[in-house]
Design a protein around this ligand. Structure first.
Ligand SMILES: [Zn+2]
Length: 512
């Protein structure tokens, strides 16, 4: 949770168009009638809060200098209702019984945009094509990792035909690069930075079908080892160790390769537990591969601090390490398991993983100079969680819907009942595993607030699905004012390129 005053402590940028409008009205010399003060009748706490927020926007200034560093934060599956619910959960668990006035750190970033997430073959996307859009500037089909929509196994024979990724471009320009995630490092989102794969499923050699092997395709883990742009990726951290180790040695590789040993043989460092992570020398320069679990890292709510570092710790280390590169760095940080919790309709773990994501963003804000660093916070796609009913202010965001029945903010509340006379939760899903019938017992507060509770769904599906709604993007730092309005997801890539000075707009002049 942010301290209340932090809105003003964050650096803020104003949109260019607002500056131009001011300049124009000054130039005309005549004062518009609208500049006389408005009459106010009610000045209460809500008025003052809004007036302060408005005043802060008026002091925003653009950070027009070129970005040297870019940090892309992605919370997988962070729909806009997820942000609203996480804001309240974070406030309520931080001692604010209301929670509605809490703000997550990134919500105070000066610029925001809506991002359209559809893929080339689906209205509702997956993580592979959406991360490909962010990483390569093109949209592709569901399931493809940093390949164009029409590129199949034949591209394995001509790897130079695959689109370049932000990490590949950054490395080729002599920058430092890093990838940090809470999923397997070979999972879709992180894989789009360093690999090109016809299928997101090809994480280890045993996952490749015969036609892919025949076409010379390589698995995603092996591609991480053979990544050869620049001096290679400098910091790689997450889970998924089994895809790097041979069968019989705790892994699932069929080719007998031990990719951790190969990484070390090339002069890199590897770490596999929290103690090893915490003993890493941040001033060292060898590339580091940290794989802290066989598969995904634990949900934040279940994480054993002695076994796995937190997302914030990994993010802090990556920034400290990458900052030594004077040509700048590109860093992807993914909170990959918000998505997994949503698939299980377990809102508790989605919201607690959002808090871990928030902590990682704070770790970044503490470390960077926003005049030379662009920070973006977004999601790859949404989920079907809804935030609805008319729960009274102060009711638990994970609880049953209770309406206010008498007197003020601390007044009495009563359960709101559905048409069959049963209570329901504030958070629910359009589809998923927990559908309830009229014969089921009525829900209790105790049941719905238990950590393993799966929120109710309308349509019965074994796993809750992604959604096709737009996601939000928040931007702060160098050239953050490039981001705004409603944009295609792959436009984010192009704006990053402009912010980094990698490309110029037609007409010779760099935009600012
Ligand atoms: Zn998903």
């Amino acid at each position: 949770m942010r301290a209340p005053i932090a809105v003003s402590s964050l650096a803020i940028a104003i949109s260019l168009s607002a500056c131009q409008q001011n300049a124009e009205s000054e130039a005309t010399g005549s004062e518009p009638a609208s500049q006389s003060p408005i009459e106010t009748r009610v000045v209460d706490a809500t008025w003052n809060r809004a007036a302060e927020e408005a005043r802060q926007r008026l002091t925003l200034r653009a950070r027009e200098g070129q970005a040297r560093n870019v940090i892309l934060f992605v919370a997988d599956g962070m729909s806009i209702p997820t942000i609203a619910a996480a804001r309240i959960y974070d406030g309520q668990t931080g001692g604010d019984t209301s929670g509605v006035e809490n703000l997550l750190t990134f919500e105070a970033f000066p610029n925001a945009a809506l991002v359209r997430t559809y893929s080339t073959d689906s209205q509702v996307p997956d993580s592979a094509n959406t991360a490909t859009a962010l990483m390569t500037g093109i949209k592709t089909r569901n399931g493809a990792i940093s390949l164009a929509a029409d590129q199949g196994v034949e591209v394995c024979g001509t790897p130079e035909a695959a689109p370049l990724t932000l990490a590949e471009i950054a490395e080729a320009r002599g920058m430092a690069t890093g990838v940090v995630t809470t999923t397997r490092i070979t999972h879709a989102t992180p894989a789009t930075t360093y690999s090109h794969s016809v299928s997101r499923q090809w994480e280890s050699d045993v996952d490749l079908p015969d036609n892919a092997v025949a076409a010379g395709c390589r698995d995603i883990a092996a591609q991480l080892l053979s990544f050869d742009e620049g001096d290679g990726i400098d910091v790689v951290m997450g889970g998924g160790r089994a895809n790097f180790l041979p069968e019989g040695d705790g892994g699932r590789r069929g080719d007998g390769r031990n990719l951790l040993a190969e990484w070390e043989a090339r002069g890199g460092a590897t770490v596999t537990d929290a103690a090893g992570f915490r003993s890493l020398d941040v001033a060292a320069t060898e590339p580091v591969l940290g794989l802290f679990a066989n598969s995904h890292l634990a949900f934040s709510a279940d994480r054993d601090d002695a076994e796995e570092p937190s997302l914030a710790e990994m993010t802090g280390f990556a920034i400290d390490r990458l900052s030594a590169e004077e040509d700048g760095y590109f860093l992807l940080v993914e909170a990959g398991r918000v998505d997994h919790a949503h698939h299980a309709t377990n809102a508790y773990r989605a919201l607690t993983d959002m808090q871990a994501f928030e902590a990682a963003i704070e770790a970044a804000i503490d470390r960077v100079d926003l005049d030379n660093t662009l920070i973006l916070v977004t999601a790859d796609h949404g989920h079907t969680m809804t935030f609805s009913g008319y729960p009274a202010r102060g009711t638990s965001i994970l609880g049953l819907v209770r309406r206010a029945v008498s007197g003020g903010l601390d007044g009495e509340t009563a359960l709101t009942l559905d048409r069959t006379g049963r209570p329901y939760t504030t958070l629910s899903y359009a589809n998923g595993p927990n559908t309830r019938g009229q014969d089921d017992e009525a829900l209790s507060d105790e049941e719905v607030q238990a950590p393993n509770y799966r929120q109710e769904a309308t349509v019965a599906l074994p796993s809750q699905t992604h959604s096709g709604d737009d996601v939000a993007l928040f931007a702060t730092g160098a050239r953050a004012h490039y981001f705004g309005g409603s944009m295609e997801q792959n436009t984010v890539f192009h704006l990053v390129a402009y912010a980094m000075g990698w490309t110029e707009l037609p007409g010779d002049e760099a935009p600012n």
